[in-house]
Unconditional design. Structure first.
Length: 295
């Protein structure tokens, strides 16, 4: 799990409303009544890591090397979101999780031998994956119909590799070898992101409302933890990457008194700042939700 230092961006977001006075949001921008939203989201989600580090395929000197892990994290998310006021500011907290499903994942190492031989070794098969997340928002200011704020999010994904074939290739001379291996690898992806938000109603009527939300998250830290009990008994290998994330959400809802229902489309991605330690993410989500507001 992340240390207190790694969670510092989230702490800053949580304490922000107590460090400054809030700026009222015009009634036309948002409904400030406390509310609870339950949502079901189907996400098409891919993420991968690329890390350069010296290593060796066989006992001997370290050689130039990189590994890449890729995961298909398509899943159904169930989330609960509460919107409220705290310290004079409008805030929201969302918690979500997925069931454990079987999907595809790979872990491939590439070694550049002094002889000129390029060796790849790894698995490309099935994994059991599940995720959970928490995100916090605070509004800080408004301008015309726009509302601006800050946010911090944390997502944890666990991947258990299932039995498959270990594939080893050589370039000099060209060859391919396969051998069955057990599911002796577990990995965890921890992503902490923080940044700024902007939202505005794009259309509003007596019953309907269309809302656009944008998030720019320039502080994104993705940590990959790797457990290989047969190769490294009792050890957890850790690799950190840093990058930029962005998300956009378009929602439409129909209000029926205190109850409203609607749908949303979300697009997002992450891009690493360094090619030698890179995290990349792509997601598309379709959501259906129901919101209950206080009287």
């Amino acid at each position: 799990m992340p240390s207190l230092t790694e969670l510092l961006p989230l702490v800053v977001v949580l304490t922000a409303p107590f460090q400054q006075s809030s700026i009222p949001v015009p009634p036309a921008v948002a409904d400030d009544r406390p509310s609870m939203t339950i949502a079901v989201t189907r996400r098409r989600h891919r993420f991968d890591y690329h890390v350069d580090n010296p290593s060796n395929f066989e006992p001997g000197p370290l050689v130039p090397h990189f590994f890449e892990q890729r995961y298909d994290a398509d899943n159904t998310w169930i989330s609960v979101k509460g919107e409220y006021r705290i310290g004079g500011s409008r805030a929201a907290t969302e918690v979500g999780f997925t069931p454990r499903v079987t999907s595809s994942g790979s872990d491939i190492d590439t070694f550049f031998q002094p002889s000129g031989d390029v060796i790849t070794s790894g698995t490309d098969g099935e994994v059991r994956i599940w995720s959970l997340s928490i995100q916090q928002w605070f509004d800080l200011a408004s301008w015309r119909r726009w509302r601006f704020g800050i946010t911090a999010a944390y997502r944890r994904s666990e991947m258990d590799f299932l039995p498959s074939d270990r594939i080893v290739t050589h370039s000099l001379p060209p060859s391919v070898q396969r051998e069955p291996v057990g599911g002796d690898e577990t990995t965890w992806s921890h992503v902490i992101a923080s940044g700024v938000t902007a939202s505005a109603p794009l259309a509003a009527g007596a019953r309907w409302r269309v809302l656009g939300d944008l998030e720019a998250l320039p502080i994104t830290r993705a940590r990959l933890n790797i457990s290989l009990p047969l190769k490294y008994p009792g050890e957890i290998l850790r690799q950190d990457t840093f990058g930029f994330s962005a998300r956009g959400r378009l929602s439409a809802e129909r209000q029926l008194g205190r109850l409203s229902a609607g749908g949303a489309l979300t697009l997002g991605g992450s891009w690493g700042y360094r090619s030698s330690a890179d995290y990349h993410e792509r997601l598309v989500g379709g959501e259906a939700f129901v919101r209950l507001s206080s009287p």
